[in-house]
Design a protein around this ligand. Structure first.
Ligand SMILES: [Zn+2]
Length: 468
C-alpha cells in the first residue's frame, strides 16, 4: 500500500531535512508539504490560528473526522553532515535532531492512504493532515487547540520518530515558560554603590529562593532556569537590567499554575529585597497529556497487523556504526514499569543496532518527565500517539546522531511504517464508530467536566523564540 508513495515521501522528508527552520518560521517546509498535498487533491488552509506556517490539509467529508498531527520544525545548534558517524557540523545553524522532517511527512503518507481508502470505499469520513508548527519551542498545537482548530475532530492520531517501536501510554507534564525581568538603577559600583539598585542581585536572589522551593514541591515537579540577561560585561557598573527565563513543570495544568504562582511570589520577594521592579513576560505553556486506553488498544492492534520493517545487512551495519558512537547503558531498573517485557527489550538493545521488536506496554497513567504540545490537543479530542524506530539504539533525541541518520533508509523505513500504522488505526475507527464512542466516554471520564483551559493567556499570540 505505502510502497507506491515511498519515493514521494522520501523526497519530501529529505527536502525538509535540507531546509531546517525554527518554530513559526518553517516557511519552506510548509510550502514543500502544502504544494504536494494540493497536488494530491487535499484542500489546504494555511496560516491556521495565526501561526504563519501551520496548515490543515483536508480530504473527504462528514464524520468521523480524524486528524493526523504532523510537525516540521528543527533545532538550533544541530547542523550535521548526513550519514557521518562522527560529530561534523555542516555549517547550518539548525538541524533535524528530533526527526520532525519525518514526522510531518509520515502524516502525509498516512493521509494519502486514508484518501485512497475513503475514495475506494465511498464511506463518510474526513482526514485532516495537520501541519503543526513550533513543537520544539513555540507551543504550536496549543495555539491551534486554543483557537478551536480541532473542535470538529473526533480522534487525533500522532507519531514520533524514535529508537523504539512503541505505542505511547501515560501522560506528559504541563509546563509554563516565562521571563522574569528585573529593572534597577545603574551606578558606579565603587564610587556610588548606594545609588545603584542591582537587577542582577534580584535574579540571583530569585534563583536562590527557587532552589529552596525545590524541597517543598512534589517530586514530579520540575523547575529549570537560564539567565538570559546578566546585565552586561562590566562588574564596575551596577546592573540596571537583568532577566532570567524559567521553565516550570508539573503533572497537571492546575498544579502547574499553582507552582507558577509560587515562583512569581519568590520573584516578587527578590524585587522587594533589592528595591528593583519586576516584569513577568509569558512565553509558552503546554498542557499535560490525557491518556486514552481505548485508542492505545486500537493503535497497538494496528501496529501488530502492519508488522515491523525489515533491514538489509548494509542497513544493520550502518545502524551499528551509529550505535557505537553512544554506547547504550540502559539497565533493567531504568526501563518504565509499564513495559511488559523489560528483559526482552534489554536483550533487543544488547543484540541489535536498531529496534527489532514491538515494545508492548500495560496501559498506564504514569506521567513521564517532559512536555509536548500534543497534550493540548488531547484536552480537546481523544488523542493517541505512537513511535517507530527511525534511528539506531544509543543516542537519543536532539543529538547530532539523529540529524546524521535523518535521511537514511532506516529513518525512511520507520516513517513509512508510521504512515501504515496510523492509516490502519484510522481505518479501524472509520469502520467502527463504536470505538470512537468508547474513546470519547473515556475522555469524558478522565476530564470529568473540566473544560480545556489553555495555559497561554489570550493576549499572547504565536511568536518566534526571543520575540514577544
Ligand atoms: Zn520531537
Amino acid at each position: 500500500m505505502i510502497a507506491k508513495y515511498e519515493e514521494d515521501l522520501k523526497r519530501i522528508a529529505s527536502d525538509v531535512w535540507e531546509h531546517p527552520e525554527p518554530g513559526f518560521c518553517e516557511y519552506e517546509s510548509s510550502r514543500i508539504q502544502t504544494e504536494y498535498l494540493r497536488s494530491q487533491g487535499f484542500e489546504v488552509t494555511e496560516n491556521v490560528a495565526d501561526t504563519r506556517t501551520g496548515y490543515i490539509a483536508k480530504f473527504g467529508s462528514g464524520h468521523p473526522v480524524i486528524a493526523l498531527l504532523g510537525e516540521f520544525d528543527a533545532l538550533y545548534g544541530l547542523g550535521q553532515v548526513a550519514d557521518c558517524a562522527e560529530y561534523k557540523p555542516n555549517g547550518e545553524a539548525m538541524g533535524h535532531g528530533c526527526g520532525h522532517h519525518l514526522l510531518g511527512t509520515g502524516c502525509i503518507g498516512a493521509g494519502l492512504l486514508l484518501r485512497d481508502y475513503l475514495k475506494e470505499t465511498g464511506r463518510s469520513g474526513t482526514v485532516l493532515v495537520c501541519g503543526c508548527p513550533a513543537e520544539e519551542s513555540g507551543s504550536g498545537k496549543a495555539y491551534m487547540a486554543r483557537d478551536g482548530v480541532f473542535k470538529d475532530v473526533d480522534i487525533a492520531l500522532a507519531w514520533h520518530p524514535s529508537v523504539y517501536n512503541q505505542v505511547d501510554t501515560g501522560s506528559s507534564q504541563s509546563c509554563i515558560q516565562c521571563y522574569f525581568r528585573f529593572h534597577g538603577v545603574a551606578s558606579h559600583a565603587a564610587g556610588s554603590p548606594e545609588k545603584g539598585r542591582s537587577a542582577l542581585d534580584a535574579v540571583e536572589l530569585m534563583d536562590v529562593g527557587v532552589n529552596y522551593l525545590r524541597e517543598h514541591m512534589e517530586s514530579t515537579d520540575r523547575v529549570h532556569y537560564a539567565i538570559t540577561n546578566a546585565g552586561g560585561m562590566s562588574p564596575n557598573v551596577v546592573q540596571a537590567e537583568a532577566e532570567v527565563k524559567y521553565l516550570i513543570r508539573s503533572t497537571t495544568n492546575a498544579k502547574c499554575s499553582r507552582l507558577y504562582q509560587r515562583v512569581i511570589n519568590i520573584a516578587k520577594g527578590a524585587a522587594l529585597m533589592t528595591d528593583t521592579t519586576l516584569e513577568v513576560v509569558f512565553d509558552e505553556g503546554l498542557s499535560n497529556t490525557i491518556p486514552n486506553f481505548v485508542l492505545e488498544e486500537v493503535v497497538t492492534a494496528a501496529f501488530k497487523e502492519c508488522g515491523l520493517p525489515e533491514y538489509t545487512e548494509e542497513e544493520l551495519a550502518y545502524a551499528q556504526k551509529f550505535k557505537d558512537t553512544y554506547p547504550d547503558t540502559t539497565t533493567y531498573d531504568q526501563l518504565a514499569d509499564y513495559i511488559l517485557d523489560k528483559r526482552g527489550l534489554l536483550a533487543d538493545i544488547k543484540n541489535n543496532p536498531i529496534c527489532r521488536i514491538l515494545v508492548e506496554n500495560r496501559p498506564s497513567d504514569l506521567c513521564s518527565m517532559g512536555s509536548t504540545d500534543v497534550g493540548d490537543v488531547s484536552w480537546v479530542v481523544p488523542t493517541q500517539s505512537l513511535n517507530t524506530a527511525c534511528y539506531s539504539y544509543g543516542a537519543g533525541a536532539h543529538s547530532w546522531q539523529w540529524v546524521a541518520e535523518g535521511k537514511s533508509s532506516i529513518a525512511m523505513k520507520g516513517m513509512y511504517k508510521a504512515a501504515e500504522v496510523l492509516a490502519a488505526a484510522a481505518v479501524k475507527l472509520y469502520e467502527d464508530p463504536e470505538i470512537i464512542k468508547k474513546a470519547k466516554e473515556e475522555f469524558d471520564m478522565r476530564t470529568d467536566g473540566q473544560p480545556y483551559e489553555c495555559l497561554i493567556p489570550a493576549d499572547v499570540k504565536p511568536h518566534v523564540i526571543g520575540e514577544e
